[in-house]
Write a protein that binds this ligand. Sequence first.
Ligand code: C2E
Ligand code: MG
Ligand code: MG
Ligand code: MG
Length: 281
Amino acid sequence: RSKDAGGGVHCTYEPTLHADAEERRKLEFSLRRALELNEMSLNYQPVVDAQTEQVVSFEALLRWNSPEHGSVSPAKFIPMAEDTRLIVPIGEWVLREACREATRWPGHVKVAVNVSGEQLLDPHFSTTVVAALAASGLPPARLEIEVTESIFVRDGTTARNTLEQIMALGCSVALDDFGTGYSSLGYLRKLRFSTIKVDRSFVQGAATGNPESLAIIRAVVAMAQSLEMTTTAEGVETEAELNMVRNLGANKVQGYYFGRPMVASEANRLFYQHNAARGAA
Ligand code: C2E
Ligand code: MG
Ligand code: MG
Ligand code: MG
């Protein structure tokens, strides 16, 4: 790596940098065509009422299966779609598809759709939501939009105005991954979120005996209650974790314990089996 290696000075790191950039470029190229080539699909993960254990909603989670790159993780392609603004057309497809599939579920079951800041700042976003509802016939009250705190960083006023339009349609808005972003709490005073989703990291932390995580869950539940919002505990994987978050007062629970993200037909089946097993109508 030293200078006396002469021309070889770059060789130790440039090939990997170059390979990373090349891989990114290829991935991005494929991502541009993923929608039209039908490589995108949605999985649905159940969210259950902590008391009754009935399914109250499904969260739509985007999947990309590329012939070239295999199954690409959302953690990888969502940021890329955001950077390139491809998230706008992709997000529109997600909304339409999720609303369409949700019309097949029993009338009280909602569908939750994740929305990025890029989408919210797009001037056509609320028109897109109206169109997805109209095309599917899904009542607005059955659509929940999930946003993270990060949307308030760049242009908080526009994000807030757009969310207010969405709420005026009758949709609900949930605050996702709460506690992991930039936590200025000002927007909690201004926007009527229906639900605060407590990030999985706190549930996992509390489950492994971390007292700070436990204290944070308690505080978020108390804050949500006084703001008349509900809480969902994310990432519940075991019965012990379920009991813990239930005792802490979480209203809803989501995680592998009740079901992994699954295809729509499985989601349908699980819903009926799940409720039948618990003796519900
Ligand atoms: P998110 O909205 O917080 O979604 C929850 C993530 O946690 C999902 O990861 C889900 O599979 C995972 N998960 C659920 N339960 C458990 C559990 O018990 N244990 C563990 N270890 N993980 C659990 P996924 O599907 O990989 O999605 C990652 C993120 O990508 C999402 O986080 C969301 O921010 C984003 N995303 C997914 N679909 C979309 C979409 O359609 N549009 C946008 N804008 N973002 C999306
Ligand atoms: Mg989410
Ligand atoms: Mg989340
Ligand atoms: Mg997340």
